[in-house]
Design a protein around this ligand. Structure first.
Ligand code: EPU
Length: 424
């Protein structure tokens, strides 16, 4: 197992190129199960989650390979396998996004029911309700969902839940409906850019989807789908994390390959905090030399403030000049990082889904434990600004979602090294 050793206190300066979006690439890769023709997916980040889904697709009969231009080639050769087992889904929850495509194309699927994870309960009841509304027969046996989709038919589906819309639920229902008979309307669909990207990819394969990016998506079923050559959008969460890295180190970073329109909630928040952000077609320059103002943040579905940047923003606000309040409205228990930040001197008080952040003058380096992907990023940010040395343990979490993060950070001046995890 690897760890990062970070010497805090360097200002980051230079250029960072943002990679393709993990959360767009994963459902798009799964959607390749909808055809036997070869699909080319460009700008796919080289990440543990992408490798994991690639091997699941291989188990499901696809040939998957990556060329030197970061393009994934996916072609289904054998459609007889239908099982995504417990071991696979346990290692990566996003494996659930093969369910919709398998039902649509193979008319059956057996996918292990995902359990909870470090960021909360994460049920999939809305995925199942949406697929059932399309006519899928669903049973639970031995912890696996046994799904039969031999007569999927378009219908109107309301996909909202107690925490709003569902991203992968929308992806699953949309991917199943593309080959269903007739018209499907998804009401309260997720509006995230990753859903727009999936819709665009499916349309490039020959689907007839409109309204993606709004809460009402309309899908006219087609007989079959074919090859597509598609480029995945830049990763807004990676871009956001680097914006915060620039801000927290009082640095000056230029981010290339960004879609600034996907980052409006964060940019607005950084503006209020007092961070200078300058945007110009696909490039963002962030600089910060001033004191940081406290702000209140509430995470919400897109275009609201993303839950996937909550932990990183908390680290930034730990150093603000006053008190901030962070409320988690998507995953109310996604606060595993607070105790670790506390070990570095942060003053945080959790009350239900809200954390009161009392700004401190400095954070102090310490050994800390990463608990999930974004919490790890928050601890790396803390390490870069803390006094002395920080060791972030269990960085396999960060490797799931940030492409070559320590190399990107080293290139802009961070003192971060990957080591074999010490025994602590
Ligand atoms: N929910 C339900 N029922 C469902 C599905 C979701 O109640 O059937 C609830 C969830 O418990 C949560 C809320 O609805 O309270 C939103 O969950 P959503 O389904 O949108 O999450 P997801 O699709 O499983 C994706 C991302 C997450 C990201 C969330 C929210 C991928 C692979 N994962 O998860 O990304 O936090 O949307 O934006 O796209 C990450 O990248 O670190 C990550 C966790």
């Amino acid at each position: 197992m690897d760890a990062f050793v970070i010497q805090g206190g360097t200002r980051l300066r230079g250029e960072v190129t943002i990679s393709g979006a993990k959360n767009a690439a994963l459902p798009i890769m799964a959607a390749c199960l909808l055809t036997q023709q070869e699909c080319l997916i460009r700008n796919v980040p080289d990440l543990a989650d992408v490798r994991h889904l690639s091997s699941l697709l291989e188990n499901l009969g696809a040939k998957v390979w990556r060329d030197k231009q970061k393009t994934l080639h996916i072609q289904v050769q054998d459609e007889s396998h239908c099982l995504a087992d417990y071991e696979t889904v346990r290692r990566m929850r996003a494996s659930i996004c093969v369910l919709g495509p398998m039902l649509a194309r193979r008319h059956r699927a057996e996918v292990s029911m995902p359990g909870g994870c470090a960021i909360g309960d994460r049920p999939i009841n809305l995925h199942l309700r949406g697929l059932a509304a399309l006519g899928a027969k669903l049973d639970l046996e031995g912890g696996n969902i046994l799904a039969d989709g031999s007569c999927l038919e378009g219908t109107e589906i309301f996909l909202g839940g107690p925490f709003g819309s569902t991203v992968l639920g929308t992806a699953n229902v949309m991917s199943a409906a593309v080959l269903a008979k007739g018209k499907t309307i998804i009401e309260y669909a997720a509006c995230e850019p990753e859903i727009v990207d999936l819709g665009n990819f499916l349309n490039a394969m020959g689907a007839k989807i409109s309204g993606h990016g709004t809460p009402r998506i309309t899908i006219k079923g087609v007989e079959s789908l074919g090859a597509a050559d598609y480029t995945v959008i830049p990763d807004r969460i990676e871009a956001g994390t680097f914006l915060i890295a620039g801000a927290i180190t009082n640095g000056e970073l230029i981010l290339k390959n960004c879609r600034t329109e996907h980052l409006m909630a964060l940019l607005d928040c950084l503006h209020k905090i007092g961070v200078d952000v300058d945007r110009q077609d696909g490039t963002i320059r962030v600089s910060s030399a001033r004191r940081l103002n406290p702000v209140d943040i509430t995470t919400q579905p897109y275009p609201g403030f993303p839950t996937d940047l909550q932990a990183q923003c908390m680290t930034l606000l730990c150093l603000a000049d006053g008190n901030s309040m962070i409320t988690e409205k998507i995953f109310p228990d996604r606060f595993m990082h607070t105790a670790e930040l506390g070990r570095m001197g942060a003053q945080l008080r959790k009350e239900g889904p809200t954390v009161l952040v009392q700004g401190v003058r400095e954070l102090i380096g310490a050994p800390v434990m990463a608990s999930d992907l974004r919490a790890s990023a928050a601890l790396v940010l803390a390490g870069m600004v803390a006094k002395g040395e920080t060791t972030v343990l269990r960085v396999y979490h960060i490797d799931r979602g940030y492409e070559h993060i320590e190399e990107k950070l080293q290139r802009v001046g961070a003192k971060i090294t990957r080591v074999d995890q010490p025994q602590v």
